[in-house]
Write a protein that binds this ligand. Structure first.
Ligand SMILES: [Zn+2]
Length: 119
């Protein structure tokens, strides 16, 4: 779990969202954008350009691992753009017209999927 990056001015809603996301990982969930169902056509060079700068300063290897890698070895739903496990996605990062802001809560699909995995 990664709880770095919080400051005294971080809104409670954002802290709650990160806690839900990180506990999703603790329950075995992977990132929604890495699902085989996502099928996102990434503008990789734009993603590399944006995430290698502030505030992330990620290496190409980390970006590959956190954004582009597709997890074939997992259970998954149809792509859920409201999932707490989805990163914010800028429109310039893909060729599909997909734009997603910060998801701050479990989506109905998140709840149903976790219920299904942990009956
Ligand atoms: Zn994550």
């Amino acid at each position: 779990m990664n709880f770095g990056g919080f400051g005294e001015d971080t809104p409670d809603e954002r802290i709650r969202a990160v806690v839900l996301h990180e506990f999703g990982h603790a329950l075995g969930l992977t990132h929604e954008h890495m699902s085989p169902a996502a099928g996102i056509h990434w503008n990789e060079e734009q993603v590399y350009a944006d995430l290698s700068g502030p505030p992330n300063h990620w290496s190409r290897e980390i970006i590959q691992k956190n954004i582009f890698a597709v997890r074939e070895d997992t259970n998954y739903t149809t792509f859920d753009p409201s999932s707490i496990m989805l990163y914010r996605i800028k429109k310039s990062w893909n060729f599909d017209g997909l734009e997603v802001g910060w998801n701050n809560d479990l989506s109905p699909t998140d709840r149903a999927f976790i219920r299904q995995q942990y009956p």
